[in-house]
Design a protein around this ligand. Structure first.
Ligand code: NAI
Length: 246
């Protein structure tokens, strides 16, 4: 059985102080990678990184702010070395039916979920091109593929990530940079904790494997796409949803 070994690689995982991002960071770290824990709260990011060990560093940034993104990437690279693996995981929801969706809620979601990934990708791509190697893994959502009532802003941001990923895959394949998306279904995290129990039960009905997802289910998929095992895969959307959307 081939082992995944990321020793000597450096990963930058946005939104990794909790939830899916934290599980992704743990999986990459366990595989030997150096990992930058990235959160809006720098103190929290540092505390999480300290729990990991000396191959991790905590940096603070709001991914919707270009200057903060660039500073965080520079700090991570100074501490751990050039970024080999970028995981755009930071994301938020501001749900409402379109009729009541405010400009602010549209912008907040698009800025964090989509523009943030543009900022990080643009900042790391030059180095990856030079080294002729790099993995970019964007966490989208099944909702970006199917749409969802009450989530026009979120679905648009996640569908946008698919277009961004496919374009990056085409532009930089010749330079050894691979870009893919993972589309989680319903994963148990803070983001989904507020869902009423009836809605949760109804969702469960629609999941072929009969259980909600765990952050680790997404982390293992990221690990695979970051590894040598996935060196012939680019521009794809890997749906990890227990068979919710088939
Ligand atoms: P979460 O809410 O537990 O974690 C999201 C993280 O992103 C938080 O640490 C948050 O502080 C951070 N974040 C949000 N906006 C940010 C910004 N502007 N700058 C920096 N960090 C920011 O949610 P969860 O579930 O772990 O979500 C992770 C990703 O997975 C998100 O992109 C989400 O859209 C996606 N996803 C989650 C699903 C689920 O069922 N939980 C399903 C499909 C996709």
């Amino acid at each position: 059985m081939t082992q995944i070994d990321l020793t000597g690689k450096t990963a930058f995982v946005t939104g990794s102080t909790r939830g899916i991002g934290l599980a992704v960071a743990r999986a990459l770290y366990a595989a030997g990678a150096n990992v930058a824990i990235v959160g809006r709260d720098e103190a929290r990011a540092r505390a999480v990184a300290a729990e990991f060990g000396n191959r991790a560093v905590g940096v603070g940034c709001d991914v919707a702010d270009r200057a903060q993104v660039e500073a965080a990437l520079a700090a991570a690279e100074a501490a751990l070395g050039p970024i080999d693996i970028l995981v755009n995981n930071a994301g938020l929801t501001r749900d409402n039916i379109l009729l009541r969706l405010s400009d602010e809620d549209w912008d907040a979601v698009l800025d964090a979920n989509l523009k943030g990934a543009f900022y990080t990708t643009r900042a790391v791509i030059k180095g990856m091109m030079k080294r002729r190697a790099g993995r970019i893994i964007n966490i989208t959502s099944v909702v970006g593929l199917t749409g969802n009532k009450g989530q026009a802003n979120y679905a648009a941001s996640k569908a946008g990530l698919v277009g961004l990923t496919k374009s990056v895959a085409k532009e930089y394949a010749a330079r050894g940079v691979l870009a893919n998306c993972i589309a989680p279904g319903f994963i148990e995290t803070d983001m989904t904790a507020a869902l009423p129990s009836e809605a949760r039960a109804a969702l469960l009905e629609g999941i072929a494997l009969g259980r909600l997802g765990r952050p680790e289910d997404i982390a293992t998929a990221v690990l695979f796409l970051a590894s040598d095992l996935a060196s012939y895969i680019t521009g794809q959307v890997l749906v990890v949803d227990g068979g919710m959307v088939i």
